[in-house]
Every structure is written in structure tokens, then in C-alpha cells.
Design a protein around this ligand. Structure first.
Ligand SMILES: Nc1nc2c(ncn2[C@@H]2O[C@H](COP(=O)(O)OP(=O)(O)OP(=O)(O)O)[C@@H](O)[C@H]2O)c(=O)[nH]1
Ligand SMILES: [Mg+2]
Ligand SMILES: [Zn+2]
Ligand SMILES: [Zn+2]
Length: 221
């Protein structure tokens, strides 16, 4: 039963990937526990990009349009998916949202997943990369406790890094070590959406990923 569900999801995810490839779009799946700062990171990213890259956002939450509204206030198109009771996005939900978004001219689609460190990691949405946020108040052992999420991340962002001086028990080196124990060699970025510290490294990473995605798309077409 679960396998059948995941097979159907993978099939839909492959179709979503075709949508992204057709438009030369990089699709980024942002995942974290509730409130780790996913929407704040997107707001800051949009501010700093200042229109240099065109972005669009798909927001996943159980209820409310709050996050999509926050993004739209920045002048960026956003589609809100309300999952009702589902604690993760699946490829079918993302596909419906894709048909509501104009992807022509868009460089990056961010998919903000439902705040949850467990099942979002098991559903392929057709994204190119997974970014897992770990906010400093959550504690530095989270990669060890939620291995599926952190093993599958191509980038780990230690968010709310501005709080590090007051959280003397969060050691970024310890969090990184937990990640390495999972055999994940992904970069780890300390970042504050509040102060903007670390945002340059985040933008560099995104640009590199966008370049690789476009190269790969050009190679098959
Ligand atoms: N100090 C500090 N607070 C932050 C930072 N980023 C986000 N916050 C705060 O953390 C809270 C949650 O931020 P959101 O961006 O809504 O978090 P989220 O991950 O999108 O939350 P959900 O979508 O509900 O899962 C808000 O009160 C933010 O102001 C940061 O870099 N530093
Ligand atoms: Mg959010
Ligand atoms: Zn779930
Ligand atoms: Zn389609």
C-alpha cells in the first residue's frame, strides 16, 4: 500500500521534473521543522536578489494563506497549497500548483514544504535539490535524530545564527559532525535571515545549482 503510493508519487514527480526542465527552472525543496525560518529565508532572498533572478514560490501548509501572502507582498508570485490534514507535500499537490504558475522567464521555483522533519523527506516532488534548515533553538543533535531528512539534503542551513551568542549549547561543529556521521558531505551554511549574515554564500550556492541544472538540461535537449 505504502509502496504503491510512493510509486504513484515518483511517477508524478518525474512529470513535474519535465515541467521544470522545459522552462530551465531550478526547483528547490525547502524543508525544516515548523518555524525554523523557511519563509523568512525566502523573504530575505527576494530582497537581496532585487530582481536579478526571477523566482516563484509554492507554499505548503495545513491551513492559511499566510506564507503565500508574505511572499506576494514582496512582488513575487506564490501559490498556496493547503494540505488540510497532510503533514507533507506530495508530487500531485505540487503539480496542481505548477499549473497555476507562469514558469516562462522564471529561474528558481522554491517549494516551501510543510514544517515537519519526518515525512516530507520521503516524497519526491520533482525538485533538483533539497535544502534542510536547522534553526539554532532546536538543538544541534537534530541531524542525528532525523536522519532521513538530513541524509537527503544537498545543503544544510543553520538558521537563526544571530541567536548563537545566547544559545551557548548549540555548537555548529557538533551539528556538522552529526551530518557527516550520516555520510552526507553537503555544505553547511550558518545564516541569519534577520541580519543577512551568510546570505551571500546561500546565493552563491543557488547560482551554482542553477548553472548545473541548466547545463544538464542543455545536455539532454
Ligand atoms: N532571530 C531570528 N528569528 C528568525 C529568523 N528567521 C526567522 N525568524 C523568526 O522565526 C519565526 C518563524 O519564522 P518563519 O519564517 O515563519 O518560519 P517557517 O519555517 O516558515 O514556519 P512554518 O512555515 O510555519 O513552518 C518568526 O517569528 C521569525 O521572525 C532569524 O534569522 N533570526
Ligand atoms: Mg513558512
Ligand atoms: Zn506527512
Ligand atoms: Zn503537467
Amino acid at each position: 500500500m505504502l509502496k504503491g503510493l510512493l510509486d504513484a508519487n515518483d511517477h508524478q514527480a518525474a512529470h513535474n521534473r519535465e515541467h521544470f526542465a522545459r522552462h530551465g527552472v531550478l526547483a528547490v525543496n525547502l524543508m525544516s521543522s515548523p518555524g525554523a525560518g523557511k519563509t523568512a529565508l525566502l523573504e530575505k532572498t527576494i530582497d537581496v536578489l532585487g530582481g536579478d533572478l526571477r523566482v516563484a514560490v509554492i507554499e505548503g501548509d495545513l491551513e492559511t494563506e499566510n506564507d503565500a501572502d508574505r511572499i506576494r507582498r514582496k512582488g513575487v508570485p506564490a501559490v498556496q497549497i493547503s494540505t488540510g490534514s497532510a503533514c507533507h507535500l506530495d508530487a500531485h499537490m505540487v503539480h496542481s500548483a505548477l499549473h497555476e504558475l507562469e514558469l516562462d522567464g522564471v529561474d528558481i521555483v522554491f517549494i516551501e514544504n510543510v514544517g515537519n522533519l519526518v515525512c516530507p523527506a520521503s516524497f519526491d516532488l520533482g525538485q533538483h535539490v533539497n535544502v534542510a534548515l536547522l534553526s539554532t533553538p532546536e538543538g544541534h543533535d537534530k541531524p542525528a535524530k532525523y536522519p532521513v531528512m538530513f541524509r537527503g539534503a544537498q545543503l544544510v542551513v543553520i538558521s537563526k545564527a544571530d541567536l548563537l551568542p545566547v544559545l551557548d549549547d548549540f555548537d555548529p561543529a557538533y551539528a556538522t559532525d552529526c551530518l557527516r556521521q550520516l555520510a552526507n558531505t553537503a555544505p553547511v551554511l550558518e545564516l541569519s535571515a534577520k541580519t543577512g549574515n551568510g546570505i551571500d554564500a546561500w546565493l552563491d550556492w543557488l547560482l551554482t545549482e542553477l548553472g548545473s541544472t541548466r547545463q544538464a538540461a542543455a545536455a539532454v535537449s
